[in-house]
Design a protein around this ligand. Structure first.
Ligand code: SF4
Length: 497
């Protein structure tokens, strides 16, 4: 018996460059776990990655068919407008192939009913945490030669029964290293799953069906590390846990032990965590053991927004967290949603002052990111449901699984749109500059590419544009707003010409 795991085509476009897609990093291990589970169940496996390619549907279908698999399982991630191509692949497979067709992962979990309608060629969806479900499905398939009802499997005309979460994560097999992961010198690894947070925009608790966090023991982590480090040359580790540090002394001890493990293999590491999980002692210990970067999802600099999105942290805790990370010497990466859909103009300005006050708006790359992040609304999210009920959802026919929305304050929508245009210009031009190897930030250009620009000037124009858009929006004069918007774009173009 053979299963082929397929990554759907999802080339990134400039429009999606800077969207808060909320696709958790843990998704990067899904296919690796699926392959390992299938082999443990005695199946032959193949892996096909079409995620960044431009192959047409016929070529993709032919390649999949050539594997002659009994089950074709799509790790279907949001396709950024390429859904139709995936559906055509499924159609071709259905026509000329007897394999059972399925999908798994975050997106199929959250949108399972709509996806089964959108792609009637799909026989089943593995919804939620999938490893236990897949192992059982493969065993049953050997006996019955078809996909039948079982917990965790969504079938078109059957009532869906969720599967209980895996009680002991240490018993998971070591995931394969496949796909884009292998192009990076950093190894993604998971020391826990889930999060005790309930942030309204986040998919983690919706995917697992609860707000709890499960850890695995350090021995199993060490075993996995040993196996995976023997496969390729790795320069650093990244813990993809939604929140690497949990609560309580025992958890701090465990995280300390993981740091020691990283030190034993001599690899620097990074992780993501909540600001309320940080303390000076632990950060000093982790830095001493090789921790070099931390990602904090601070999301907003406004207390009212933090409350609205259910983040359960205060601006004071954020300041403290940022200070602790800086004092530890680790690199700080920030998650921020500037344009929360219910935000007011005053909250936008509060966000700006907060970020500026923390010294986070001093580098043009980070400034562009922080001053534009908006919240995109994906089908299956709480936001989709809410905006649909409130009549604020803006769906376009060619994007069936993502939507825009009307801001509560249309002036905020204006600022968001203008920042979107400005940052698209910025990202496009920066990508071109980086591609042709021009000198950046006044540094030396590569031979033959004399182009230089000032980091400071770019940073200043991004910041000034944001504040100018806020002021112009306040005045409610559309023509004046358009003049300010165009002038800022022209200025940015002239610096990055
Ligand atoms: S803290 Fe992070 S991972 Fe946890 S629910 Fe909030 S956004 Fe999601």
């Amino acid at each position: 018996m053979k299963i082929v795991i397929v990554e759907n085509p999802r080339p990134l476009t400039v429009e999606h460059y800077n969207d808060v897609a909320n696709a958790p990093l843990s998704a990067s291990l899904n296919s690796g776990y699926a392959l390992a589970v299938a082999r443990r169940a005695g199946w032959d496996t193949a892996y096909l990655d079409f995620s960044s390619g431009s192959d047409d549907a016929a070529a993709i279908a032919a390649r999949i068919r050539s594997e002659a698999a009994d089950i074709v399982l799509f790790h279907w991630v949001y396709s950024w407008g390429h859904e139709e191509r995936v559906r055509t692949v499924l159609e071709l497979l259905r026509r000329e192939n007897a394999a059972s067709l399925g999908a798994f992962g975050l997106f199929p979990t959250l949108s399972r009913n709509r996806l089964l309608q959108f792609a009637p060629q799909l026989d089943f969806i593995l919804a939620g945490e999938f490893e236990g479900t897949l192992a059982e499905l493969l065993t049953l398939f050997v006996a019955r030669r078809s996909i039948t009802a079982q917990p965790g499997v969504a079938l078109r005309d059957e009532k869906f029964v969720p599967r209980r979460l895996i009680a002991d994560l240490s018993r998971l097999p070591v995931p394969d290293d496949v796909g884009a992961n292998c192009d990076y010198p950093t190894l993604n690894i998971a020391a826990s799953r889930g999060c005790y947070g309930t942030c309204s925009f986040c998919f983690i608790h919706r995917y697992y069906g609860c707000s709890s966090r499960r850890t695995r023991d350090v021995v199993s982590l060490e075993r996995e590390l040993e196996t995976r480090l023997s496969r390729r040359d790795i320069k650093s580790l990244y813990f993809i846990d939604p929140t690497f540090i949990g609560q309580g002394d025992k958890e701090r001890e465990r995280v300390g032990a993981i740091g020691l493990m990283a030190a034993r293999v001599g690899l620097p590491f990074g992780f993501e965590t909540r600001v309320d999980s940080l303390d000076e002692r632990l950060m000093t210990t982790l830095t001493g053991n090789g921790a070099t970067s931390v990602f904090l999802g601070i999301e907003s600099g406004s207390g009212s927004v933090l409350e609205r999105i259910g983040k359960r942290i205060s601006t004071e805790q954020i300041r403290r967290g940022v200070r602790i990370v800086r004092e530890s010497g680790m690199r700080l990466n920030i998650g921020f949603i500037m344009f929360e859909p219910d935000t007011t103009l005053d909250e936008l300005k509060e966000n700006f002052s907060f970020l500026d006050g923390l010294g986070l708006l001093t580098d043009h790359d980070l400034t562009a990111n922080l001053l534009y992040h908006n919240q995109i609304v994906l089908h299956g999210s709480a936001a989709w449901q809410r905006f649909e009920q409130e009549g604020r959802l803006l769906v376009e026919g060619h994007l069936p699984f993502e939507a825009g929305y009307r801001f509560r304050d249309e002036r905020v929508g204006l600022v968001c749109k203008a920042m979107g245009r400005l940052t698209s210009e910025y990202f496009t031009r920066m990508a071109a500059i980086r591609r042709d190897g021009s000198g950046i930030g006044g540094g030396p250009a590569n031979p033959g590419t004399p182009k230089l620009f000032s980091r400071e000037e770019v940073n200043i124009i991004l910041k000034e544009a944001f504040m100018a858009f806020c002021s112009a929006a306040e005045n409610r004069l559309p023509q004046q707003f358009a003049v300010v918007e165009n002038s800022c774009i022209v200025q940015l173009r002239s610096i990055l010409a």
